[in-house]
Design a protein around this ligand. Structure first.
Ligand code: SME
Length: 156
């Protein structure tokens, strides 16, 4: 289980040292990846300026062909289109699922957002079925909210 408070403390320290969202996003992905054996692939996608595509920012795990995902497609694009996190217990049941690896069984997407403005998302894949619970979603959301603070600050 990820210690969201500890990650947030570190992210705040980084902000105070002057690090920008690019570094914070990379730190958060590495922290999540190392935090839990259920998290087999962890990445961040950011919404492009036109708000039509998600672009892969950084990840830890097997290489993926999904460097760009149109809004509305796959689990990732669906999260943006619906403005809602996606916890998919069985990816084979998800219509339009975009597969990265046949080992992946479940997926959690948590939006990085400030109110109605969506900046991007964390995408976490697991080789276990139904790997993600509500506590995972809450913890990842806390980290996502901290990152949104910095992204909003940079875009002001
Ligand atoms: N499975 C995702 C695509 C991204 S990969 O998991 C890295 C989807 O369906 O949107």
């Amino acid at each position: 289980m990820v210690d969201a408070r500890e990650v947030i403390r570190e992210l705040q320290d980084m902000r105070e040292e002057g690090h920008l969202s690019d570094a914070l996003l990379r730190y958060a992905v590495k922290s999540l990846d190392g935090a839990d054996a259920r998290f087999n692939w962890v990445g961040v996608y950011l919404l492009n300026d036109e708000g039509l595509e998600l672009w892969l920012h950084n990840y830890v795990g097997s290489p993926t062909e999904h460097a760009k995902i149109p809004v509305g497609q796959g689990v990732c694009g669906t999260a943006v289109a619906h403005g809602a996190n996606q916890n998919v217990p069985d990816v084979s049941e998800f219509e339009g699922y975009l597969s990265c690896s046949s080992d992946v069984q479940s997926e959690l997407v948590v939006l990085i957002r400030a109110g109605t403005e969506i900046y991007g998302q964390f995408d976490i894949d697991s080789h276990q079925p139904a790997a993600f619970n509500n506590q995972d979603e809450v913890a990842v959301q806390m980290i996502a909210d901290k990152l949104a603070e910095q992204i909003a600050h940079e875009r002001r």
